[in-house]
Write a protein that binds this ligand. Structure first.
Ligand SMILES: [Zn+2]
Length: 463
């Protein structure tokens, strides 16, 4: 008995990770929502809404849960009434997360573990951390009885990471519930260096959009003992190699230009010079050198151009049969203004093989045509101001978000959406998003909540 107790005590002393609730209310809420496994598929986002209802309804929020045709999947909408003299501001956060490779995590990804001042778990960055920040910020408006000129709407959404009952689905029949003057969503970054000093805050005003391209190689289907030159798998491999060796040309949008100009100010030489060469579009050799150095960072590489990423390879079904075809799905993330059909033509040209066909499998042409949200709106201005106040060392800049979000439901209707992951993270932590040991620091969550609360007071509070 005694030895058992001793073992327990030792084990406890060694095991720093804790599932105890954090004292910071945003971190404690994040722990709670991480414990609701909303890996999508299937998502089951309704459980998050059920939890948030118990917290927001007693504070005077009007709650609507919009069920989708899929059981357990619903959108959660909480509205805090203002005096109606201005149109609502909306905060959108998706409740679903991507799945995990559980064996590659050092902690249980769905336990809401705290270790060394960080909350660990799937969604800590994307986007349950943001959901917790947005939720705590709007709760504080109610708790402190801030008089409001406009309604503040919190939307916790289903199906951002996968499947079809997303905000576009919600907007079709329930637009009146989420109509607003402008909105906050996931998007830009608050990037800190390894010592925790915040370098920049990027507020996204547009998103890259996602295009699926199917590359199919054909050959003769036959016995594997008599291989022929037209092996579909080899043909596909050659096509993929050509795409791998091809670098998409640089295309800077106005916001990307501002973003890199901000980085020129906050980074050290020689990188700062490379950013300047890129922004000022100096001679070809200088830009080429700048591109090479800047592109060592995968995020910056992706901001400058359309990107090519093979994601699924499919071919063959028996170990003694050469298949008649093999195909690869390529995910292409395009800069606004890129027509999906152009990508098919470009790929066909690069692959340059009559045995290979290239076609679109999914593409949203309107997404790539939607203009960026303006930087002179009260919401952008308030967020930029309080970002600077909360993180005085940072440059604040608009940003083209390198991935897609569900902001299209609003942007396509002319409603500005500004994206922010509202907590400082390092470049290393960013690589954990959709990866392993995703985490966010408790201090980052606290600062982010302060920034969003002050932004809302500025934009929705009575003076
Ligand atoms: Zn996300």
């Amino acid at each position: 008995m005694r030895s058992a107790v001793l073992v327990f005590v030792l084990a406890f002393a060694v095991a720093a990770p804790s599932a105890q609730p954090a004292t910071d209310p945003t971190a404690a809420l994040l722990q709670e929502v991480i414990r609701l496994d909303t890996s999508n598929p299937p998502g089951r986002e309704g459980q998050v809404g059920d939890l948030l209802r118990t917290k927001l309804q007693p504070l005077g929020f009007e709650i609507t849960q919009v069920p989708t045709p899929e059981p357990g999947k619903s959108h959660f909408i909480a509205r805090l009434r203002g005096d109606g003299s201005r149109r609502p501001v909306l905060l959108a956060a998706h409740a679903d997360v991507v799945g995990v490779e559980r064996e590659k995590w050092s902690v249980d990804p769905f336990a809401g573990v705290i270790r060394d001042g960080y909350v660990y778990g799937r969604g800590a960055i994307d986007f349950k951390g943001g959901m917790a920040v947005f939720t705590r910020a709007v709760m504080q408006l109610a708790e402190r009885k801030v008089p409001l000129t406009r309604d503040v709407i919190l939307l916790v959404e289903a199906d951002e990471e996968a499947a079809s009952y997303n905000t576009s689905w919600l907007a079709r029949d329930h637009w009146d519930k989420i109509d607003c003057e402008f909105a906050l969503n996931e998007g830009g970054w608050i990037i800190a260096d390894e010592r925790g000093k915040v370098q920049y805050v990027s507020i996204s005003t547009a998103d890259k959009s996602s295009i699926g391209v199917l590359v199919t190689a054909r050959g003769t289907s036959t016995h594997s003992s008599m291989p022929r030159p037209d092996n579909a798998i080899f043909t596909l491999a050659k096509a993929l190699t050509r795409l791998a060796d091809y670098e998409m040309p640089i295309q800077l949008t106005p916001s990307t230009r501002q973003f890199f100009a901000a980085l020129a100010k906050t980074s050290a030489p020689p990188l700062s010079d490379h950013f300047r060469a890129l922004v000022e579009n100096r001679d070809g050799a200088a830009v080429e050198r700048a591109d090479r150095e800047i592109s060592r960072n995968p995020l910056w590489h992706a901001l400058m151009r359309n990107t090519i990423a093979p994601v699924i390879v499919d071919g063959g079904f028996r170990s003694n049969v050469i298949p008649g075809s093999a195909e690869a799905t390529i995910n292409v993330r395009v800069i606004p203004g890129t027509e999906p059909a152009e990508i098919v033509q470009q790929f066909t040209r690069i692959v340059n093989d009559p045995a290979v066909t290239v076609r679109l499998v999914n593409a949203n042409a309107t997404a790539s045509r939607t203009p960026a949200s303006p930087e002179d709106s009260p919401l952008y201005q308030a967020l930029a101001k309080h970002a600077k106040a909360t993180f005085p060392t940072a440059e604040v800049t608009p940003y083209l978000f390198q991935a897609g979000t569900d902001a299209g439901a609003w942007r396509s209707r002319g409603v500005p959406v500004y994206g922010i992951y509202p907590y400082p993270i390092t470049a290393e932590e960013l690589t954990r998003m959709h990866g392993n040991d995703e985490r966010v620091s408790i201090e980052s969550l606290r600062l982010g909540t302060e920034m969003i609360f002050n932004t809302l007071v500025e934009v929705a509070g009575k003076r």
